[in-house]
Design a protein around this ligand. Sequence first.
Ligand code: 6PG
Length: 235
Amino acid sequence: MDVEVVVRPPDELARWFVADLEREIRAALSDPGRKRPFTLAVPGGSVAEAFFPLLATAAIDWSRVAVFWVDERAVPPASPESNYGLAERLWLGPASVPASSVHRMEAEAADIGRAAEDYAAELEEAAGSPPVLDYVLLGVGTDGHVASVFPGARVDPSSESATWTDHAPKPPSRRMTLSLRTLSRARRVVVAAFDASKRTVMRAALEDPAAETPVAQVLRMAANGVVLLVDEAGP
Ligand code: 6PG
């Protein structure tokens, strides 16, 4: 397991993330032979709320970045529950990120299985097949879920790049998600776990080799290691 732990107060973690992403994007896009956009996948939840306002001020050419989501709830984009909607309010709108750079998960589609297949194809077009995202940002639930892969989930984490569930224990129960395998294959995986409520599950993920929570699996499977961002109350 290759995990670098960064411990800072929450506002400094946001600054760390934005500086790290700026650096990664600059390095990747300075390669003159590069044809593909820089591919980034982001979560919803408290990490999005904490990081996106600062991300909106970042020195990044968003026309050269393809923004994907790690997961989405089965609600329309205007819903206060929508991960895309949150990003739009806090970051995409204020930073005028071009619509052509934004790859929203249509988790509200009547045929969510078909929408997940379409999303997998969209991701593969930008990030190759199987997809290798340049940068994945993840939050963690107190039960150790990441994206919308929950402990004991009925989604098969290994079969498809993007999949869905009707049984998420965190409402709403219907969600689309990238698989653990796709998340773990990324060139850079940054996991943010703020707050004392996440300490127990993160300790187990770091210290117990038998831990089976989704976050523990990502820490073990990550092809290029993980950076774990915690505030002072963290593990
Ligand atoms: C979502 C998020 C999800 C989130 C975790 C942690 O749709 O809910 O993308 O994966 O990162 O549930 O949420 P909190 O950070 O709000 O605890």
